[in-house]
Design a protein around this ligand. Structure first.
Ligand code: NOJ
Ligand code: CA
Length: 705
């Protein structure tokens, strides 16, 4: 794994070694230290300090033993980011594992490799870090062992615990993980509350850390000295989700979501915990382009990824949310053969990947949201002709996207899932949207605990075996497992567009989507379901509307990344709409991503280059305030002419009073051009930039702001 010395590693030894081991050491001298430590009796080593730098040397992490208790601290550019913070565990039937330690061995290494995402927001990701492994052993009779591993990247830090197989620690019930994040002040924080019935579906609150209780991650903060931080986790595969609880004095503590019996994690050694992650950035845009969470996950385990297809999809879906159709049977049943054909035609005409069909199977004619074993995943309603539709879709080159709403009845779903996936395969369905509506899963468990984490893992593995891509709603939060299982395409896990259709609070306010890119989106793709063109549906839902301008709906295709990107409105609402061309053109798979402007909760501009192509797309959105922003097109190939197709809020546009007013025009641009982004209140702008033909280079008027 070591690739030689890419960086400096700083080491200071145990108490009596401090003098000898201060200063900067090379990689090989760290190894030498490790050997020395390994050769020593551990009894004397209850004080220690080991440090490791990021490859660019901006971040330094220190691991410490203080009277045998493990701590870590983090600095960036010499500024303290995390004060000495506790580590360790408390168990149900065993003594805590959080003190009485000595360093048995330590090892540092460097890693640098670039890997390719089968689909994604960028094609290539550089995984470059320095790692410090510290093996600890208790000095007491039990001599239990625990290893802490730190990986330090230029944009942040990941660390985890490894509990090796050992005689005195076999089956464990973790009652508490003692990991703390001792912050340096009452930072501004953007958060959603944990332990609530609506899972992750809350509006973000911005407050001081001091006013926060227990919150979900990613948790994003801004420090008084100008750093942007995000606490999250990576590679959550068989453990409880980490929420963080405010303990006063700016200390946040890991709060693992418990099982209903109060145990947080059930495990047997050997096991490793998820990585606890801290992203550190000097501006908020850097949070978005830091890929540490993906890097901390295991590489792809699928031998063949050629069947994975990102793309856009239409769906018999929004119609139910605004009350035009029903999931259940009756006059307004949405998933009828005739209606599905209409949607398949619409998708085929516009080159979309698929059509989601909800309400196709038995179960919806009950109070399904209350759980229970109501859903049948292999029996369609009589008016949904699966045989015929499967042939029709195949002939048109469109995928039917299946839907498995489980109503959080896990046993019911698990007992049918093999048959359900076979059913999908039989009818050529290789994308399935799953859903877990309910306040608890299996009536008693949180959506975020180990029980649900295990279930989700099982479903992802089974789906992979059946070559099925997943879009999970009411999910466990993303922690980057799409790297390992890239059939785990996208998920919900936040308030999406549907809230604008029916929420009694009036839906998502204009600033919601300007917070998401810096919070929820740091965990991974979001099936937000953009593209609503009919922003008012007075006859169906007089008290609801979509709280954006039309141009902002287009910009969402850039700002809110999802490899399965919905074209959410009813097909009839796109008829004769010039702005629909942007949705037809915009890809759902990218080679490059740049953040051009960013202010959490206010605005964001993101530019992306299509996968393996030369077209660039820019999307910019604002909250309720109008903004004048700029997009420097310096990412374009120098000396080359492009045509920019601009979809901008008109000067008098306003999300509330004049949301449809839009200006669509084309102009010649190059890498020196600066496009003006005049965003209306609650508005946005979307731009497609494609290489100009020879004729266009002569004909199209140059861009003028
Ligand atoms: C909630 C999901 O988020 C939504 O997309 C779906 O239509 C309903 N559940 C019904 O399954
Ligand atoms: Ca704001």
């Amino acid at each position: 794994m070591s690739r030689g010395l890419a960086s400096k590693l700083m080491v200071s030894g145990t108490r009596h070694r401090v003098a000898a081991f201060t200063g900067l050491f090379t990689f090989s001298s760290l190894l030498l230290l490790s050997v020395l430590l390994a050769g020593q009796a551990v009894a004397a080593e209850s004080e220690a300090r080991l440090e490791i730098f990021s490859p660019d040397e901006s971040i330094v992490v220190a691991f410490m033993l203080k009277q045998g208790a493990p701590f870590y601290e983090i600095k960036r550019s010499g500024v303290e980011i995390i004060r000495p913070s506790r580590m360790g565990f408390q168990f149900k039937n065993a003594a805590p594992l959080d003190g009485d330690f000595a360093v048995a061995d330590s090892r540092a290494s460097s890693f640098d490799e670039t890997w390719v995402q089968p689909w994604g927001e960028v094609k290539e990701i550089r995984n470059r870090y320095n790692e410090l492994r510290v093996e600890l052993e208790e000095t007491s009779a039990a001599r239990r062992r625990m290893t802490v591993v730190f990986r330090v990247y230029d944009c942040g830090v990941g660390f985890r615990y490894e509990l090796p197989r050992q005689e005195n620690l076999k089956d464990v019930e973790i009652m508490d993980e003692k990991t703390e994040f001792a912050l340096t002040g009452p930072h501004d924080a953007w958060w959603i509350p944990a332990y609530r019935d609506n899972r992750y579906e809350y509006l973000y609150t911005k407050s001081s850390l001091a006013e926060m209780d227990t919150v979900h991650t990613p948790l994003t903060m801004q420090t008084a000295d100008g750093f942007f931080l995000s606490i999250h986790e990576a590679a959550l595969t068989d453990y409880a989700s980490m929420t963080v609880a405010s303990k006063g004095d700016n200390v946040l503590k890991c709060d693992l979501v418990p099982w209903s019996d109060g145990v947080r994690v059930k495990a047997s050694t050997p096991f490793v915990t998820p990585w606890r992650t801290l992203q550190i950035a000097e501006n908020p845009g850097e949070l978005i382009t830091c890929y540490l969470i993906l890097n901390l996950n295991e590489p792809c385990v699928l031998e063949d990824v050629s069947w994975l297809r990102p793309g856009k999809y239409a769906g018999i879906w929004w119609g139910m949310h605004i009350g035009k159709y029903t999931w259940g049977s009756g006059d307004r049943h949405g998933a009828t053969t005739a209606n599905v054909k209409k949607y398949i035609d619409f998708a085929a005409e516009n080159g979309f990947l698929g059509v989601l069909v909800e309400g196709w199977n038995l179960g919806w004619d009950s109070e399904w949201w209350l759980g229970g074993s109501v859903f049948d995943f292999t029996t369609p309603y009589d008016d949904f002709g699966i045989e015929e539709l499967s042939r029709y879709a195949a002939a048109k080159g469109v995928k039917i996207i299946g839907h498995h709403e489980t109503s959080a009845a896990i046993e019911n779903y698990e007992s049918q899932v093999d048959a359900a996936f076979s059913f999908c395969r039989r009818y050529g369905i290789d994308v399935v949207k799953t859903g877990y509506v309910g306040t608890r899963v299996s009536e008693t468990e949180w959506h975020h605990g180990q029980y649900m984490v295990r279930h989700c893992r099982k479903i992802v593995e089974k789906a992979a075996k059946n070559r099925i891509m997943l879009d999970v709603h009411e999910p466990v939060k993303d922690t980057g497992i799409r790297r390992t299982y890239p059939n785990m395409m996208t998920r919900e896990g936040a308030r999406g567009m549907e809230y604008d259709a029916w929420s009694v609070d009036g839906g998502n306010p204009p600033d919601h989507s300007t917070i998401l890119p810096f919070t929820r989106m740091l965990s991974g793709p979001f099936d937000f379901t953009p593209g609503i063109f009919d922003l008012h549906f007075e006859e169906l839902r007089p008290d609801n509307r979509v709280n954006t301008t039309l141009a902002k709906q287009l910009a969402y295709y850039l700002v809110i990344y999802s490899p399965l990107q919905m074209v959410a409105d009813l097909p009839e609402n796109y008829e004769n709409q010039p702005a629909f061309k942007f949705i037809v053109d915009v890809p759902a798979d990218w080679s490059e991503t740049r953040v051009l402007n960013a202010q959490i909760g206010d605005y964001v501009t993101i530019a992306r280059r299509e996968r393996d192509g030369q077209d660039w797309y820019v999307g910019s959105i604002t909250d309720e305030q109008p903004r004048q922003l700029e997009a420097h097109l310096d990412f374009l190939q120098a000396g080359k002419k492009y045509v920019a197709e601009i979809y901008a809020d008109a000067t008098d546009a306003d999300w509330n009073s004049n949301p449809y007013a839009m200006n669509i025009h084309s102009a010649l641009v190059d890498s020196d051009t600066v496009i003006r982004l005049a965003l209306a209140p609650g508005g946005g702008q979307a731009v497609r930039i494609r290489p100009a033909s020879e004729a266009e280079a002569g004909d199209v008027a140059p861009y003028s702001p």
